[in-house]
Structures are given as C-alpha cells and as structure tokens.
Design a protein around this ligand. Sequence first.
Ligand code: 13P
Ligand code: SF4
Length: 310
Amino acid sequence: IDPTIDLFSEIERLKKEKNMVLLAHYYQEPDIQDVADYIGDSLGLAQQAEKTSADIIVFAGVHFMAETAKILNPAKKVLLPDLNAGCSLADSAPADLFKKFKEQHPDHIVISYVNCSAEIKALSDIIVTSSNAEKIVESVPKDQKIIFAPDKNLGAYLVKKTGRDMVLWNGACMVHEIFSLEKITKLKTRHPNAKFIAHPECEDAVLRIADYIGSTTGLLKYSQQSEATEFIVATETGILHQMQKASPNKTFIPAPPNNSCACNDCPHMKLNTLEKLYLCMEYETPEITMEEELRKAAKKPIDRMLEISA
Ligand code: 13P
Ligand code: SF4
C-alpha cells in the first residue's frame, strides 16, 4: 500500500461507493473500531448482519462471526480481512469428535455458544451468546437433558446460575484462561475502590471474585452506569477503547495475566489491521462462502436463539 494513503478516508469512500456496512467486534484494534458503522458483541453483530440493507458486509472480527453473518444473510457478500482470524474456542470443538460425543448422549439436546464452527452449529439445537445464554438455558424445560459446548467456563457459570446440570464439552478461550487470580487479588488490594468486572469465559476462580460478570456489551454498560471510577477488566483489551471513550474520566486497568510474557490480546482478533481492512474492501476478498445445505442446517439453531432473545 502507498504509505501516504489516508486509510480512514479511503475506507469511508469505499463504504459509500460500494454500499458496504462495516461491522466490528469490541476486541478489534481501536483504529478499526473508530471507522466501523457498528461496534458490538456477538449477539448485536449477528442482529445487525441479519437486518442490514447494505450490499456487502465487511466483518472486522473472527471467522465464526463472519460465518454467522453469511448464515443469516446469504444474499450478501460477506468479507473478512484475514481468513486466518480463527478462534481457539471454536477450534477446541472439532465436528467429528463432537458428533461422537453427541451420540454418547442421545437423550440430550445441544446448546452451543456462538463461538463455534458452522458444522457444530448444524449439530446443535439452540445457539447462545454470552448476553442471552442464561435466559435461553432457563427457557428449556427442566426435565430436558442438555449438552453445552464448546466453552466449559461459560458452561460451568451457567450451571451455577441456572441450577441446570448440563454435560459440558471441554473447550476454552485462550485469552480468558490466562488471568492470574493471585495478581488480580493483589491489584484489588492496591485499588480498593475499583470494581472487578469479568467475561463469563473466565475460569470459575476468577469469576468468584468479580463484582460484575457479563458479555462485552454488558461490561461496557456496567462501566458506564456504575458510580465507581476505577475498573479492573478481565477480558480482551480491545473493549477498553470503548470503555475509555464512553467514560473519559474513569480509569480502566486490564486484569493481569499469569505470566509477564503473556497478554490479554486475542491473537486472532488482532490479525485484522486497518491495511488489511482497506485491501479487503478495495478488492472484495477474502469472501466467506459456504455450502447451502450446511448453511441451512446451521441457521436453524441461530434462528431459535434470535426468536428467544428478541
Ligand atoms: P461477546 O462480545 O459476545 O461477549 O463475546 C466475547 C468473545 O470472546 C468473542 O470472541
Ligand atoms: Fe475466540 Fe477467545 Fe479470541 Fe474470542 S477472545 S475470538 S473466544 S480466542
């Protein structure tokens, strides 16, 4: 790319000229968030993708999110700046192994977290996101046995919240498993007035000491509405950009990881850059494509989610 090019104005120009909508997750780098038409959590992004009137959806997020957009709105061209932007949680549930696991529990329905492949969605009865999971699990009749996949931490949190005894798939997110309980506890001692807020993908020991647990949108709203002026935040660091923008006079501290070489950045989310975003919009590639049979099978459990959370 010509280094003198103004990527922000070029991206704005391409959006208008090609009738593109740019959807970005809160974990994207600040520059991408600033140029997006809509920034949100997984549920908000899926809802926007479903209802957009744009011709092209440019998805600044990871593969399963762009795939969900394509499943919901197949007539649109869906672009992802880097097809390698995967997800450790989605990768922790390979479809062939999950199919066998499901066969071992024939009387169970499958509730899957949206962070999974289209193949896993096609094997599921209902999809959830972190903002509607509790409500959806509660909506299932009490005597119905449930498999929850792929996140064991969100699953364990839901078992605790709803009292439902679900069979959990053993998957996890590499970013949310990295936090150090010991370092967070010390940090809390040094900041006694800070609220400790966490995403439910974190481990139980971390969630136990949280003042608030929620999806990225939930965490952002809590930080805006709370009287507190200091927050220790246990999720991917991208969300701090919106927190700081919404509350410029408050202080946001990323929760410390368990070793000093690690960080709370998602390596998949951070594969997208402003340059790649521009190139993807200019050349309309890489594009998400999917077999129609798989798309239809994966859509059913997402539609159930959207109906219940409407
Ligand atoms: P939400 O933004 O839906 O809370 O999801 C968090 C996440 O890990 C997405 O990859
Ligand atoms: Fe996947 Fe975790 Fe990255 Fe979200 S933060 S995309 S769950 S690896």
